[in-house]
Design a binder for this molecule. Structure first.
Ligand code: XMP
Length: 321
């Protein structure tokens, strides 16, 4: 069934929240539901909406899959504690790195993450909690790109003809599916999330694995994590839609301490966009880029080259895989 979009100008935030909370409560009935919070704006909004609808009957987990940004599990747990929502952190690092082992193809990587999330980790949490429903923050852009065959977004099933009940043993509820990022941000603000949460730059479900070209090993993800932390610090003042660091697979010849160093390449991307459907590279001042490159080569071991993407989406996409 086609999803009916709610465009920003037609979005009545209070009404939307009331209606969706009612809908979620009706679907879950007197049962329990689970959801996974990644700390991004979509899953943060769903967490608040789910708790409004279900209270303690929604169990929220942070899946520590080893591919999240630096310091995330503790930061997100503390933020939500302040909002009255308890989060349980699940250590699933080994499971995800095992699932990603040896995989270099982008779509296979995405599929490996999907299976590790939905079949293994959520499957186990559903059995443990007795939940029959998983609440998740899929938005319309995720659905569009998956259907178009551009990227298999980790959280899209029904539109691909996959029945989550059959495939994984539980139903999925997607209260934000009619919205795009701009709409979700307004709903997140309406749900009482602080600006630091609802204005946060988007982060993909496949996390840093989407920013490591080639195999996403623990070591390579750590390099991407360090570089992403620097990019987030140095580019946050731009107010851009999204910014990131990508670790390339190819090495290039560099030099360090007067010796040849066949080292790593980091690509920096910074995007201006409204809703992620189209995006243009931000005209970041050259001085800022130059300082960023100096920091990355100084602070991220093994990096000898930093480049800045100047290609629009389309034909590029926001993430590298
Ligand atoms: P792309 O790379 O397709 O990204 O231009 C568009 C927006 O979506 C984010 N993104 C994802 N979000 N699951 C998500 O929930 C995914 O699998 C996924 N892949 C990309 C990306 O960060 C950008 O904001």
């Amino acid at each position: 069934m086609a999803v009916k979009e709610i465009v920003l100008k037609d979005l009545d935030v209070t009404k939307f929240i009331e209606e969706k909370a009612k809908e979620v409560a009706g679907l879950v009935g007197d049962g329990v539901a689970i959801n996974a919070l990644s700390g991004g704006v979509d899953s943060s909004a769903v967490t608040m909406l789910g708790h409004k609808a279900l209270g303690k009957r929604l169990k929220t987990y942070f899946i520590d899959n080893g591919i999240m940004r630096a310091g995330e599990p503790q930061r997100i747990k503390a933020l939500f504690k302040g909002l009255g929502v308890d989060i349980e952190i699940i250590d699933a690092q080994d499971e995800f790195f095992n699932a990603l082992k040896g995989i270099t193809d982008p779509e296979e990587k995405r599929e490996a993450i999907t299976q590790a999330f939905y079949k293994d980790v959520f499957g186990r949490l559903v059995r443990k909690s007795g939940a029959k429903h998983l609440l998740q923050g899929t938005i319309l852009t995720d659905v569009d790109e998956t259907i178009a065959g551009i990227k298999r977004q980790h959280n899209v099933f029904e539109q691909l003809g996959i029945d989550p009940q059959k495939a994984f043993g539980y139903k999925i509820i997607e209260p934000l599916i009619q919205l795009r990022k701009d709409g979700v941000r307004k709903v997140a603000a309406g749900l009482g999330l602080p600006e630091s949460a609802y204005k946060r730059i988007p982060f993909p479900g496949p996390a840093l694995a989407a920013r490591v070209i080639g195999e996403a090993t623990k070591e390579r993800v750590e390099i991407a994590r360090k570089a992403n932390a620097i990019v987030e610090e140095d580019l946050s003042h731009t107010g851009a839609f999204q910014y990131m660091a990508i670790l390339h697979q190819d090495r290039v010849t560099g030099m360090r301490d007067g010796k040849r160093d066949f080292g790593l390449q980091i690509e920096v991307r910074c995007w201006d966009s409204i809703d992620a459907r189209k995006a243009t590279p931000t005209k970041v001042p050259y001085e800022t880029l130059s300082k960023l490159a100096d920091r990355i080569v100084a602070e991220v071991p093994g990096v000898v080259s930093v480049t800045y993407n100047i290609t629009k989406k389309p034909p590029s996409t926001i993430e590298a895989i």
